[in-house]
Every structure is written in C-alpha cells, then in structure tokens.
Ligand binder design. Sequence first.
Ligand code: AMP
Length: 145
Amino acid sequence: MSQDKQTKYDDNNIFAKMLNGDIPYHKVFEDDKTLAFMDIMPQAKGHVLVIPKQKTCDLEDLEPEYAAAVLMTAKKVMQAQRQVFEREGIIQMQLNGSEAGQTVFHYHLHLIPSNIHELGKHAVEMADQKELAEQAKQLAALIDA
Ligand code: AMP
C-alpha cells in the first residue's frame, strides 16, 4: 500500500461541505444514499461526479450498499448524459489515493462524456457557472422524467 494513502476522513473536505449544504454546487440527482453534481473543472463538456453519502476517502472502505447505490445513480446519469450531450462514449473513472492523482478525499465516481484519447487535463480549467447550471438542469430533467 502507498505510504501517502490518506486513511483518515476529513470532515472539512469540499464534498463533505456539499453534503452538509455549506457550499453551492450544480445538482444533477440526489437520493438517500448518493448525490450527483457537475464537476467544476470538467475534463470534457458534461463531466459529472457521483458521491455516496457515506464518509469514506476511497474505494477501500466503501460499504456494499453505498457501492451499489453509486453505480445505480451512475447508470441514471450516464443515460441522461448520452441524450443531453449526444455522445455514446461515457468514461467512468475513479481515483484512489494521492499517488493516483486523487485530490478530494471523499469517494467519487467521474462520468465524462468523451473518448479516452480526447480527455482534457484533470481538475485544471474552471467551467462557466451558467453553462454548468444549464447542463445540470437538462440532466436532472431527464433523470426525473
Ligand atoms: P479527484 O482528483 O479524482 O479527487 O477529483 C476531484 C474532482 O473534483 C476534480 O475533477 C475537480 O474538478 C472536482 N471539484 C473540485 N472542487 C469542486 C467543486 N467545488 N465542485 C465540483 N467539483 C469540484
């Protein structure tokens, strides 16, 4: 195991603050076990993150019921992304540990409408907030339909 693995969950991480309602975000979907929202620095148009409502840094400690719930939410989001962004290709990505490049230590699944050879840089460029709000609205409308 990597020496730098973050083993202790930090209650002040940015996704914990979202779950607590302390900071704004562009919500796509929420149920009792998961939350999906637009990535603020997308690697392609329509990049969404799905998080469990379980406090866990990465996959190692993700409980089975939350793992299942994250995947069920991911399926809903992915189907909506295919329609809204008219792309069949949706990359599912998830980083475990800083050595892998993880920057926020609350487990999250990336869903990125793109091709692996076209993927933009990770967490570099901020998106336009109005565009993110519009994309979240379009995705949410399809999921709720
Ligand atoms: P990772 O490096 O896998 O931990 O990914 C963290 C992701 O969170 C990156 O893709 C960031 O762009 C994204 N991110 C960081 N802060 C926020 C935020 N406030 N709202 C939405 N996404 C964020």
